[in-house]
Design a protein around this ligand. Sequence first.
Ligand code: ACO
Length: 402
Amino acid sequence: AIDISKLRDLTGYVTLDVGYKNTGATKSAITFLDGEAGILKYRGYPIEQLAQKSTFLEVAYLLIYGALPTKDQIQNFQKQINNHTLVHEDLKKFFDGYPSNSHPMGQLTGLISSLSAFYPESLHSNQTPDEINETIIKLLAKMTTIVSWIYKKSLGHPVIYPQKRFDYVTNFLYMTFGQRTEEVTIDPVIVEAMNVLLILHADHEQNCSTSTVRIVGSSEANLYSSVTAGISALWGPLHGGANQAVIEMLETIKADGGDTDKWINKAKDKNDPFRLMGFGHRVYKNFDPRAKIIKKACDDILEKLGIDDEVLDIAKKIEEIALKDPYFIERKLYPNVDFYSGIIYRALGFPTEMFTVLFALGRLPGWIAQWKEMRENKEPIGRPRQIYIGETDRDYVDIENR
Ligand code: ACO
């Protein structure tokens, strides 16, 4: 254990905050979050209003450029994106090499990272604002195509090429669920559900993946590489990977006869590593405002699509029991956004392994906005300090004498 009173002598003045639980790393004008009051706002607009009234593309514009777009601005934004949704055919060769059962997140990191090799103009750290904007548009556009490719591969189906007549979310759903041979109409219920889910995931200030994007970008690494680092950070089950983990947990409980009490007790047992996935949050300590919206959306969508899902019943039972249990109350553990998102993704027809990729699709505008803000503010390279606790004085011993 470290003797805190000696820290100053050992290190000079260094703040020790493992996991950055209370250390601000930047000033930001993008997302406001009050964890105690359960408030989340993008650029000053409450998440509840955006989820109800806006579209994902409009929210992306808001996050990246700072204001809601006019009609002309959003049409132009959509048009620019639609001009860039095609992905270089040579990248497809790379994609074809992945085994069909490889994890979608592994494919996503590889493919997004490779975009930097196809668009070398993005590598210069002295890009003009217009050049940076072109990279932003390309990344937003190609992400939908790449995510849908990954889904199609999981089915063994041929990929579907984008169409300029569709809006951002519809085009994504068309490439994902469309068939080459038929004229598809995408169900507006699904388009609406997808818009809400993506809006709720679009930014969340300095979370693990976003901090990663900023710190990688602070070395003046290009946008594709910085976002790839964010995607890797998102993959972990304590972050974006939680949405996959939630459904797997609910399926396990279902297979175990639906004994929710038993699993809640396991989560409370300090000798058992099991945690209730989708519960708890580093910042929200009363409720996660996104979870409230998503729970309602989940009920609405399942009803509209006429789906009766036993896993949803188990989820609701767990929530009901946990919210009355002193263990969860004392530790301020409430359902987070991941608790219900997986149930909706499942109802829309996505396999479990795609869930974190969908989170990445939603978070992309946030990562871009944060990277852009960091570069515009000319922030210095991120470089945390440490408190050294290892050996201090050793002489090298030859291998024969060890
Ligand atoms: N189930 C059971 N107990 C929990 C849970 C949980 N899901 N989450 C926290 N706890 C307990 C811890 O064991 C600890 O108990 P103790 O004080 O008796 O030791 C206490 O609550 C505090 O937990 P920490 O891990 O210190 O909280 P932290 O802020 O570091 O972690 C986190 C937050 C990672 C989200 C955590 O709650 C967790 O692991 N949740 C499950 C995974 C999950 O849902 N992640 C998604 C997060 S949201 C997102 O990324 C979109």
